[in-house]
Design a protein around this ligand. Structure first.
Ligand SMILES: [Zn+2]
Length: 628
């Protein structure tokens, strides 16, 4: 008798039946909740898009497939876990404690509460209690890396033994810098769990990522709950409409010591273009191979710290939300993100009495009072996944710096948000199946045409934000300078080439591009191309920065150059490379290749010298072969 059976056997039979019935009814209700309030016809409504990401040039009108999409309705309340359902009295998987270095990690509990009882009283526990190893009563550490691994393995093993359950396979994505396995769970009704089988299923694949920042535990705990409910619980029916990959803990080394960055001090959520860390490379392989259509990145944000210092306030919102906001995205990306996903998500949170706001943060400089939405640089998971043409969501709960306070509520917020995003994927599965190929084609079809933005910034605004009085816990409205990432300002743009030529020496660039999923060609015989070389007009040391300040990556300064483009005929030796922009990842390629930007491969020394690369401005006539 396993632990689960043993535990359940102690409970009256009727308890389970009632709990399951209530749970199933709740789930059916939410699955069927195609209620009353139809959205305006999409995408031809007259409402201005909420996020004015610059419209790509050369593309007009809506895709035909989307025009003909059937009218849709919005789900009223949400994918809400109900008491007695997701909150199984014991974990549905037996979790055997194993020795794990992170068990010895500093306790995540702070001895002194970071704020007054009046503030704390604003955050009562939810009506549901989640049961993961790290949430057990009396624990002072979150789920250890060994316990995460066991949890996933148990789900896979249990489902392997039951042909009626969804296919549930553990993926080993490599190791963290200190040797902890990076593991994800694939859950699907497809005949197999390899990438080709999931893609052939014709259903959207969703990637859920937790704890890229080691000191943000709630997302990871929530993803264990979500994984269990998808594998063998209330969320299992969602797999009729989608495939899901769960990577609950992307940065186990950081988690083991309750630290934001990876073992070598790199912020892995600024590493999704450069791919310097094995942790970001593991995520890149998942994205390259499984091509998720929807991605969710679960984080926590700073509640007290610099906000108390700058504004004399405590941060209020249970959840902060943001989708991809970077240059060169399809104009349909923010619209689909907003209308299909964010609005139902806000409603879902509201129905659980959970407050939400756009994601925002502030710099670590105490004199800088500007509040910024999540940044616009193509380096975070949120923005890089958008450039991969995935609907990409960041979900943040109020958790950094408050130890284990309100942990059930933080987990409940993540579970509610993630289930809502899965529900929206289910409801929009058919439309997503049309939107994604459209956006892929739109990006590929832009090669050699129009302009692309190489540097964008947010739009400065003023707005009132609700924060909390630290003594009374009451709402306090604060007028702030607000950098909106929903409206991008173009700082620099240039003509979009047909592709990029790379010297034969550019193997590091080729490797990273291929890891991102980019198709790279090799020049099969000597020839020439019409191109533009970069002539350097100034050079100095630079830094990578985000809206919080300088990015923690423990690296030397970046190479900050100004360039002029000089047109001419390029000799292209055999064995050099060509990277065509006529592919779905065109905008990701441009983010890596244009050298005078803070995230480019050149600025970050992946590319040694400017003469090793050039822009190709006419369709190449040289003979090319694919690089495997
Ligand atoms: Zn974070």
């Amino acid at each position: 008798m396993d632990k689960r059976t043993a535990h359940r056997a102690q409970l009256p039979r009727s308890f389970h039946k009632a709990g399951m019935r209530a749970g199933a009814a709740a789930l059916l209700a939410l699955l069927a909740a195609c209620a009353s309030k139809p959205l305006p016809p999409w995408p031809d409504n007259n409402r201005p898009p909420v996020a004015n990401v610059p419209r790509p040039l050369g593309i007009g009108g809506a895709p035909e497939a989307l025009r003909s999409a059937p009218p849709v309705s919005t789900a009223t309340p949400v994918p809400v876990p109900v008491p007695g359902s997701l909150s199984a009295p014991a974990p549905a998987v037996a979790v055997t404690p194993v020795p794990d270095p992170s068990a010895a990690a500093p306790a995540a509990t702070d001895t002194t509460p970071p704020y007054s009882a009046a503030v704390a009283a604003r955050y009562p526990d939810p009506a549901i209690a989640y049961a993961t190893p790290g949430l057990a009563a009396g624990r002072d550490t979150f789920t250890t890396n060994g316990e995460v691994s066991n949890w996933l393995r148990q789900l896979a093993a249990t489902n392997a033994a039951d042909p009626n359950r969804p296919r549930t396979t553990l993926l080993n994505l490599g190791q963290s810098q200190s040797g902890v396995p990076l593991e994800a769970l694939v859950l699907t009704r497809a005949p197999a769990t390899d990438p080709a089988s999931l893609i052939a299923s014709g259903k959207p694949t969703v990637l859920l990522v937790g704890q890229q920042h080691g000191d943000e535990p709630a997302g990871s705990e929530a993803l264990l709950v979500v994984a269990r409910e998808l594998a063998q619980g209330l969320l299992e029916p969602l797999l009729e409409r989608m495939n899901v990959i769960v990577l609950p803990r992307a940065n186990p080394d950081g988690a083991a010591v309750h630290r934001r960055v990876t073992a070598n001090g790199v912020d892995m959520n600024r590493d999704h273009l450069l791919l310097r860390t094995p942790e970001a490379r593991a995520v890149a392989r998942l994205l390259r191979d499984y091509q998720p259509v929807v991605t969710v990145d679960a984080h926590e944000y700073t509640v007290v710290g610099r906000y108390l210092q700058k504004f004399g306030t405590i941060q209020k919102f249970d959840a902060m939300l943001q989708y991809a906001t970077t240059a060169n995205l399809s104009e349909f990306m923010p619209r689909a993100s907003e209308e299909w996903f964010r609005r139902p998500l806000v409603n879902a949170l509201q129905s659980q009495q959970l407050s939400s706001e756009w994601y925002y943060t502030t710099s670590t400089d105490p004199k800088d009072l500007v509040i910024s939405m999540g940044g616009v640089q193509p380096d975070t998971g949120r923005n890089v996944n958008g450039l991969r043409n995935a609907i990409s969501f960041l979900v943040e709960t109020r958790g950094v710096g408050i130890g284990r306070m309100h942990i059930q509520r933080r987990v409940h917020t993540h579970v509610t948000a993630i289930v809502s995003l899965l529900q929206s994927t289910s409801q929009r599965a058919d439309e997503l199946g049309k939107l994604r190929p459209y956006m892929d084609k739109e990006a590929a079809g832009s090669a050699c045409r129009g302009e692309a933005v190489t540097e964008a910034g947010p739009t400065p605004q003023r707005r009132a934000l609700v924060m909390l009085d630290p003594a009374t816990g009451a709402d306090r409205s604060v007028e702030v300078d607000w950098n909106s990432s929903l409206q991008l300002r173009t700082i620099k743009s240039r003509a979009r080439p047909c592709g990029y030529w790379l010297s034969a020496a550019s193997t590091a660039v080729v490797d990273r591009l291929q890891l991102l999923g980019v198709q790279v060609m090799r020049v099969a015989e000597p020839g020439s191309l019409l191109g533009e070389i970069y002539r350097e007009t100034s050079r100095g040391d630079g830094v990578r920065a985000d809206v919080r300040g300088t990015i923690s990556d423990g690296e030397q300064p970046t190479v900050k150059v100004e360039v002029e483009l000089v047109r001419g005929v390029l000799d292209t030796p055999q064995g050099s490379y060509y990277v065509p922009l006529g592919q779905p990842l065109a905008n990701l390629i441009m983010a890596a290749m244009e050298p005078d930007t803070q995230n480019s491969f050149f600025a970050n020394r992946v590319q040694d010298a400017l003469q090793n690369q050039a822009r190709v401005v006419g369709e190449p006539t040289v003979r090319l072969e694919a690089v495997q």
